[in-house]
Design a protein. Structure first.
Length: 318
């Protein structure tokens, strides 16, 4: 089996374009590592950019995009299960899997072999937390994480009250069942590539992309989801674009406040992504950082050279 390639980086760093071009040259297939691109009809807000998966007129096979309906609560346990199925399918066909995305929790979970179990709802706990603010919930989560010695959550995926409560619920469950948190699945061997984009350029691209998404129908996309009967609370749960655009559509925010708040939230999100990736390095993952300023061709050649060298060392070169 060939080693997997993982391409990670903050939002707007060009991960998908690089992964698709690399996959075209290697005959590889892409597995998405994005916590929101799993949802159907949530295209613009999640930045699926499906046109990027067409290289030279050929569609690059991709997995774990458009697999569940909006309104459902897809989670890490389900992602790990779906990832393993996709990974094994690609491996059986002797293809190279390329894991690509910016959800650090999902990436680290599958690379590190977390063996998760489904965590049931705790209604009593949820009720006791329902009156707390997002900052209070984050403090509780941090305290639980410290008690558990857990890397399973950071603030990247707890930007709403409902997400924070669910994260606390999961950490509390593992605290009460320590025998489960110690279980491990098999680690996935992977060459990890990080796209390094400087702060100013990252901020510029985020703002530019947000404007493009709004011009290209992001508000209509969210309105269509609401019109088909999806509860606004469920869309707000997904955070970022879906949170702020929904709040605009239901009259909680003006357009100007929505844009300004969303822009700030995405900048903060990208910063937290980088914090997670740097944390992965401290936790023992080797990430090969390449500059976002390189041409696409040079990036592909650089990744291929790094991958070849690591495969030679591990004895897994094709």
């Amino acid at each position: 089996m060939c080693k997997m390639i993982t391409i990670l980086g903050p939002t707007a760093s060009g991960k998908t374009t690089l992964a698709a071009m690399l996959a075209a040259e290697l005959g590889a297939e892409i597995i998405s590592a994005d916590s929101r691109q799993v949802y159907r009809r949530m295209d613009i807000g999640t930045g699926k950019d499906l046109a990027d998966y067409i290289v030279g007129g050929k569609i690059i096979p991709y997995h774990l995009i458009d697999i569940v309906e909006p309104g459902t609560k897809y989670n890490l346990f389900e992602y790990q299960k779906d990832f393993i199925a996709a990974y094994n399918d690609i491996a059986e066909r002797k293809k190279i899997p390329i894991l690509c995305g910016g959800t650090g929790l999902y990436i680290e979970a599958v690379l590190n072999g977390y063996n998760l179990v489904p965590v049931p709802e705790d209604k009593e706990l949820r009720h006791s937390l329902s009156c707390k603010s997002i900052d209070e919930l984050k403090d509780i989560l941090i305290s639980l994480k410290n008690e558990n010695g857990s890397n399973m959550h950071n603030t990247t995926d707890v930007d709403t009250v409902k997400r924070a409560i669910r994260a606390i619920e999961i950490e509390n469950y593992y605290k009460e069942h320590p025998e489960l948190s110690a279980r491990k699945a098999e680690k996935i061997e992977s060459t990890i590539i990080g796209i390094d984009i400087n702060r100013d350029e990252r901020r510029r691209k985020i703002t530019e992309r947000l404007k493009q998404r709004l011009e290209n129908g992001m508000i209509y996309e969210v309105k269509s989801l609401l019109d088909e009967g999806i509860n606004p609370v469920d869309l707000i749960y997904y955070g970022l674009e879906y949170k702020y655009v929904t709040e605009y559509l239901i009259g909680k925010l003006t357009y100007e406040t929505m844009f300004r708040s969303l822009e700030i939230a995405i900048h903060q999100f990208s910063k937290r992504q980088m914090t997670w990736f740097r944390g992965m390095e401290r936790r023992g993952f080797k990430i090969h950082w390449i500059s976002a300023d390189m041409s696409l061709k040079d990036k592909v050649e650089c990744v291929k050279a790094i991958y070849k060298k690591e495969c030679e060392v591990s004895g897994k070169l094709q």
